[in-house]
Write a protein that binds this ligand. Structure first.
Ligand SMILES: [Cu+2]
Length: 132
């Protein structure tokens, strides 16, 4: 969501900052949709970076949908020219594909501690979801 906002601002600036003296009237200040609203299941998000899950540990309520968002084409020494593949693989067998972009979603319907790791990078790239 943050990336979308940044992109929107950048595009608006491309077309709107050319000679108006830097007017700030176009700033997006509208309401922000909160996770866990009345009509939506609670949700949370984790970023899959090139060496870690961020945050690596997260505590959520039972019924929460957790989304992993691959962010693996930035932060590399080639300035975003390469994308590294990762997976979200739980100890209980649930797994995403090994992929270099995209998302993975799991909804946690039972309390417990769910450890996961990346198949490619093993224990060096691991995380935990605590559901209570
Ligand atoms: Cu990995």
């Amino acid at each position: 969501m943050l990336r979308q906002v940044c992109t929107t601002v950048a595009i608006a600036c491309l077309f709107g900052c050319g000679g108006s003296g830097g007017s700030s009237s176009g700033n997006p200040t509208g309401p922000v949709t909160q996770p866990g609203g009345n009509n939506n299941p609670p949700s949370d998000a984790i970023s899959v970076t090139n060496d870690a899950f961020s945050p690596a540990s997260k505590t959520v309520a039972t019924g929460t949908q957790v989304n992993w968002n691959w962010n693996t084409c930035t932060g590399d020494v080639y300035s975003g020219q390469t994308c590294v593949s990762h997976s979200v693989t739980f100890d209980d067998g649930v797994t995403s594909a090994t992929q270099d972009k995209g998302t993975f979603t799991r909804t946690f319907t039972a309390a417990g501690t769910y450890a996961y790791h990346c198949k490619v990078h093993g224990a060096a790239m691991a995380g935990t979801i605590v559901v209570n």
